[in-house]
Design a protein around this ligand. Structure first.
Ligand code: HPA
Length: 262
């Protein structure tokens, strides 16, 4: 492991363009990054260790797809008991370390009929069902437009190059920690949600407020409550995510390659 001071010095010398957050079960992607500087979240006072299985808690600085990238392997969730302030820390840190682009990944339950386990969905918009508790980031009169059309286009280009099926849709963030009731999923479907998960929208809102250009990808690990067979459990979500790790890594790498060099 490296020290945070080393990582900061490297970022000052040559700032990263992109910061990526790897969601549930995708920590294995980080193993592809050769020669990365790696810092444990434990050595960062603002972060602390994620407590959810499937989240590593390591910050990496690496060359990925020809881009200098900051990779947060592991996410801090509100449902773990972290205040929103801490959930947002990776975004604030990424911005402070120079990243202009933020790409978040998550595992999600599919609500729309075509979103079955193994589907990949780029976020076109989101519903933040945590808002009553978290408050909005955008100021009065601002129009949140969380996801960059340019980056969505780059994700589509990358998927096309690789022959990977990529759809887009609307993601709903709920607080968790439990999965949803069937009635909640029916309600989410009726208000336009295509997929559901416990992260992302809040982090993206903060990043947008900070002026970062944002994109996010959902890996559908299960059908949402009441739409599949039997109850959902975290182990199955992680197992499903693990089977998608390689494809997601290829897509992220190709996406980074499609970005212009700074
Ligand atoms: N609901 C909420 N979060 C999730 C799900 C789900 O069905 N799958 C993966 N994360």
């Amino acid at each position: 492991m490296s020290s945070f001071a080393e990582l900061v010095a490297e970022c000052r010398r040559q700032p990263p363009l992109v910061a990526l957050v790897l969601g549930s079960g995708f920590g294995i992607l980080a193993e592809r990054l050769q020669g990365a500087l790696a810092v444990s979240y434990l050595s960062l006072a603002e972060l602390g260790a994620p407590s959810v299985p499937g989240h590593d808690g390591v910050l990496l600085l690496a060359e990925w797809g020809g881009q200098r990238s900051l990779v947060f392997s592991g996410r801090l969730h509100y449902f773990e008991g972290h205040p929103w302030r801490r959930v947002e820390q990776p975004v604030l840190l990424a911005r402070d370390l120079g990243a202009k682009i933020l790409l978040l990944t998550n595992a999600a339950g599919g609500i729309r009929d075509d979103l079955t386990p193994g589907s990949l969905m780029a976020l076109r918009d989101h519903l933040d069902w945590t808002q009553p508790f978290a408050g909005r980031h955008s100021g009065p009169g601002q129009c949140p437009r969380p996801y960059s059309a340019r980056l969505l286009g780059k994700l589509r280009d990358a998927a096309k190059t690789l022959g990977i099926a990529l759809t887009d849709g609307v993601y709903a963030q709920v607080t968790g920690p439990s999965y949803e009731t069937k009635a909640e999923i029916r309600a989410l479907r009726s208000i336009g949600a295509d997929a559901v998960g416990m992260s992302t929208a809040h982090e993206i809102s903060r990043a947008q407020e900070l002026g970062m250009e944002c994109a996010a990808l959902s890996c559908i690990t299960n059908r949402a409550a009441g739409l599949g067979e039997g109850p959902i459990n975290h182990e199955e979500v992680l197992a499903s995510a693990a089977t998608q790790g390689d494809r997601l890594a290829q897509l992220l790498e190709a996406f980074l390659q499609h970005l212009p060099r700074p």
